[in-house]
Design a protein around this ligand. Structure first.
Ligand code: C2E
Ligand code: MN
Ligand code: MN
Length: 406
């Protein structure tokens, strides 16, 4: 299968630009042996490369390139299939943009085409060339430092003393995970994540229920969440809880129940955020919206969880604007290496800025993911990088500290 990969990356300062020609000569041989064509553009700082050839060979060469320390901040822009080669000659061809006029480079690249007709102007690969040459996307190339620029140091001082708030008599428990603003060094909110009474996953807890019982159990569990939060002393802090949208729709008096339990545990509605999973919001939108009206008029904030993972995506924001949205790990994972993830997250951020909706990235595990997301304008994060959920209690937050000497 004929495969095309396009990536861009940044040349390491330690590599002399003169070494480029040797790199290209070596790649020319290596690619040639695998019947892979490489077209490389260099603009003085950034590489832009297209690799084209048999799938297995392209993936193998690309994997080697990803490990090559001579460049960094490598971002995959395109991975696609085509019926025939755009560029006939296998091997490697370098175009140094500093030595060409802009128009000329594109013509030169086109001239390398197998036939003029294959490089149609609506071909995505060719459009990527054009955009790189014209540098119109350059503002979106966030140059992030290496992941080990930061240490993540758990702050044990902030922890409440005393025992864990596990209630042995309740039939569920909760783990708490902070949502943090690392630069402000501030916990923005704690999310209560449901567990079985022995600390097993939400899935394990909900497995025990069928039909409408699941909604009742979901609602009832919030009594335990608020009680634990009260015991843990989270009085001044925002507290996020998850609910199935249909819990509010199906259980009569659900909002009243929540308000009662909030008050009974010394909490106030204004500190509570209810998170709904996007895909579930959509199926009975009108009823859901009605329930949200009740929450909002009582002072409770609303967040859309797993944003972008469901089928409604941005359309949902046209119909309903929550106070916050949470972007899930499905999109966040390795965002610093993926052009498509970057483009989607930038679009979500832009949308949320225009609508004054707070954005939080969830499932942040790598320093590079965090740095890229900060560069893109996100300031609230939840993930193992900062703190994992702690059953019955509050975990210490590992705040990023610049490594000494950097
Ligand atoms: P969620 O609301 O998106 O919660 C975040 C989930 O991501 C949690 O999984 C958390 O442990 C996990 N997580 C946090 N940081 C990281 C990370 O860095 N990497 C990875 N891989 N995962 C991370 P958990 O606790 O298993 O919860 C799963 C889902 O179950 C939640 O996703 C939420 O949708 C649902 N859930 C949790 N509690 C409740 C509840 O009380 N009611 C309802 N209806 N659903 C709940
Ligand atoms: Mn959630
Ligand atoms: Mn999740």
């Amino acid at each position: 299968m004929l495969t095309t990969i396009i990536y861009r990356s940044h040349l390491c300062e330690t590599v002399p630009v003169k070494a480029l020609e040797e790199m290209v000569a070596a790649a020319n041989i290596k690619n040639g042996e695998s019947d892979v064509t490489g077209i490389l553009l260099f603009n003085g700082t950034h590489f832009f490369q297209l690799l084209e050839g048999p799938e297995e060979s392209v993936f193998r060469i690309y994997a080697d390139i990803c490990k090559d320390p001579r460049h960094y901040n490598l971002v995959e822009l395109l991975c696609d299939y085509a019926p025939s080669r755009r560029f006939g000659k296998a091997g490697m061809e370098l175009f140094d943009l500093r030595t060409y006029e802009r128009e000329e480079v594109l013509q030169q690249v086109l001239d390398k085409g197998t036939t003029k007709y294959q490089l149609t102007y609506n071909d995505r690969a060719l459009q990527f060339f054009r955009t790189f040459v014209e540098a119109t996307e350059k503002a979106n190339y966030y140059e992030i430092p290496a992941g080990d620029t930061w240490d993540f140091i758990p702050d044990e001082d902030d922890l409440p003393s005393g025992p864990l708030a596990v209630d042995e008599t309740a039939d569920c428990g909760f783990a708490f995970q902070p949502i943090v603003d690392p630069f402000a060094r501030e916990v923005v909110s704690f999310e209560a994540l449901i567990r079985t009474h022995t600390g097993d996953s939400p899935q394990a807890y909900f497995k025990a229920f069928t039909g409408n019982d699941i909604y009742q159990a979901d609602l009832d569990s919030k009594k335990v969440a608020f009680a634990m939060a009260g015991k843990l002393g989270l009085k001044e802090q925002a507290l996020s809880v998850n609910l199935l949208p249909m819990t509010l729709v199906n259980v009569p008096g659900a909002v009243g129940f929540l308000l009662n339990e909030i008050e009974a545990n010394g909490l106030v509605p204004e500190q509570i955020v209810v998170e709904f999973t996007e895909s579930e919001v959509i199926s009975r939108f009108d009823e859901f919206k009605d329930a949200v009206r009740q929450l909002k008029s009582a002072g409770i904030s609303v967040a859309i969880d797993h944003f972008g993972a469901g089928f409604a995506g941005l359309l949902l924001l046209a119909q309903f604007q929550p106070d916050r949205i949470k972007i899930n790990r499905d999109l966040v994972a390795d965002v610093h290496r993926s052009g498509p993830r970057q483009a989607i997250i930038q679009a979500i951020i832009k949308c949320c800025i225009s609508l004054e909706i707070l954005v939080c990235a969830v499932g942040v595990e790598k320093a590079e993911e965090w740095m890229w997301l900060e560069s893109a304008g996100i300031s609230q994060f939840q993930g193992h990088l900062f703190a994992s959920p702690r059953f019955g209690g509050i975990p210490a937050v590992a705040w990023p500290e610049k490594k000494a000497g950097l």
